[in-house]
Design a binder for this molecule. Structure first.
Ligand SMILES: [Mn+2]
Length: 192
């Protein structure tokens, strides 16, 4: 069976350099000592180690993982991604970026925003689903210090919804996510 070797993959390395530059001035929420790009590398590693995708889809998923927050969080546009990485990657990153129009319509509740974002991922190939699962696995590793118990509990409910809706794309990442949710809920109940 072919093994995915990121260090020998030109597009993977190009994506890393692109993300490092795009997120250069950004730090993790609630932990300003951690450069933001650490998160997207973690998401790509979750995809590579646990998604179980065949190698071609795995390469696409890893590249999309590395770039998944560039459009939402930086000045990079979907057209920039398309010019540098092609249409499949651009469409994947677009599906994983918050829809600004939906977000700005204040009538749209957080729950509807989540449903809309999961729906967009569901309409995409499964190599996009696995990035959404891996993103949430990564985000459950540490919570920003300023988050309240209620906020964390709500975030875990959202994660459970994502696991239920998208888990079919990867047994490995579904298991990772379900495990993280259970662990975090247990920690929350201990802190109470
Ligand atoms: Mn992310």
């Amino acid at each position: 069976m072919a093994v995915y070797r990121p260090n020998q993959n030109a597009r993977h390395n190009q994506a890393l350099q692109f993300a490092i530059i795009a997120h250069a001035n950004q730090v993790r929420k609630g932990n300003e000592h951690i450069p933001y790009v650490y998160h997207v590398i973690d998401v790509a590693e979750e995809v590579i180690y646990y998604s179980g995708l065949p190698i071609h889809e795995l390469e696409l998923a890893a590249v999309i993982a590395i770039l998944h927050d560039t459009v939402e969080d930086t000045i990079v546009t979907v057209d920039d991604i398309r010019d540098n990485f092609g249409d499949e990657v651009a469409v994947g990153v677009a599906a994983l970026s918050k829809n600004a129009a939906v977000e700005e319509a204040s009538a749209v509740s957080k729950l509807e925003q989540l449903r809309e974002s999961v729906m967009r991922v569901k309409a995409s190939p499964r190599y996009v689903w696995v990035v959404k699962l891996a993103d949430r696995v990564s985000n459950l590793k540490n919570f920003p210090a300023m988050w309240s118990r209620e906020k964390i509990a709500h975030y875990l409910d959202e994660a459970a919804y994502i696991a239920a809706e998208l888990g079919a794309a990867s047994e490995g990442l579904h298991a990772r996510l379900v495990h993280r949710i259970a662990e975090a809920r247990r920690m929350l109940s201990i802190k109470a």
